[in-house]
Design a protein around this ligand. Structure first.
Ligand code: FES
Length: 287
């Protein structure tokens, strides 16, 4: 059992949990993830580690409430415990002095990219952060990133901040840079990663994505997280979670991600009154 020491909603529907997990905090590296269960009956949710504090023995995860399991996790409060918190899992992000790296973060990916951007900066790279969101009020951790990276861009679908449009604006951002980037790293929803990879393919820029398939054990035993990369079957939990976005079979990946949509919808319909009883959530929206 791991206790929750901090719990906040950082933007609407996006939750931050800081969990006591000293063993994980002492070993975790950028790009790795944990598997969390809100309760004993809960589904296992793979979540990237967004930050950690080795001294306090804590890790921080940020997730979007999208279904039954993330809904149960969002109902927990400080001093509650999660039944399972296993990790660190997966391979760490490849860090080196590549030159210029563009990090593109949307949704929970803004948070999961934070330790990656930090490690890239420490390795001597010029790091450009691109926030992608439906609207400016869904962008968070801007202050943190401004202190860390060399430049920040925003893409919002409603045009409330920065470029107006979807991730299809990424080539405009890239063309506006002094030199073309040496690699692009994208974290966020499947659609964002797939489209961003499409955008960079023609530009010939290596693009790394962090896949988030359905997982069970997270250790290569069950095969649930299989993805096709460069025509070969890979397990995202042990071979990834990061792959070249130009080599992922996105059509198959999207279909597998949607496998339980109907069950999720049915769950919400049956448990509507229960779902409504969220504990009072501390909302501290961040700039
Ligand atoms: Fe079971 Fe990857 S989650 S093999």
């Amino acid at each position: 059992m791991n206790s929750i020491v901090e719990r906040r909603m950082i933007v609407p529907n996006m939750h931050l949990l800081t969990i006591e997990a000293p063993d994980i905090a002492s070993k975790v590296k950028p790009g790795q993830f944990v598997i969390v269960r809100a309760n004993d009956e809960g589904e296992r949710i793979p979540l990237s580690v967004a930050d950690w504090d080795e001294e306090r023995g804590t890790i921080t995860i940020v997730f979007m409430e999208v279904g039954a399991s993330t809904g149960a996790l969002a109902c927990l409060d400080e001093k509650d415990t999660v039944s399972t918190c296993v990790g660190p899992l997966g391979n760490e992000t490849e860090i080196g002095n590549f030159g210029t790296v563009v990090c593109v973060g949307g949704c929970y990916g803004i948070a999961s990219l934070y330790p990656v951007a930090r490690a890239l900066k420490e390795a001597g790279n010029k790091v450009i952060m691109v926030f992608e969101a439906r609207s400016s009020y869904l962008i968070y951790w801007v202050d943190r990133y401004i202190k860390l990276v060399d430049r920040v861009f925003n893409i919002t679908r409603d045009g409330s901040l920065g470029y107006k449009g979807h991730i299809t604006c990424l080539p405009d951002v890239i063309h506006g840079l002094q030199n073309p980037p040496d690699r692009v790293i994208v974290n966020g929803c499947t659609f964002l990663m797939a489209r961003a990879s499409e955008m960079t393919r023609g530009l010939g820029i290596l693009t790394v994505v962090n896949l988030n398939p359905i997982m069970i054990d997270g250790t290569g035993m069950c095969g649930v997280c299989r993805v096709t990369v460069k025509g070969k079957m890979k397990f995202a939990c042990v071979d990834g979670p990061e792959f070249s976005g130009h080599e992922v079979d996105w059509k198959e990946f999207l279909a597998r991600r949607k496998a339980y949509l109907e069950e999720e919808a049915l769950f919400f319909r049956r448990s509507e009154p229960k779902q409504a009883v969220h504990k009072e959530v501390k909302c501290q929206y961040e700039s």
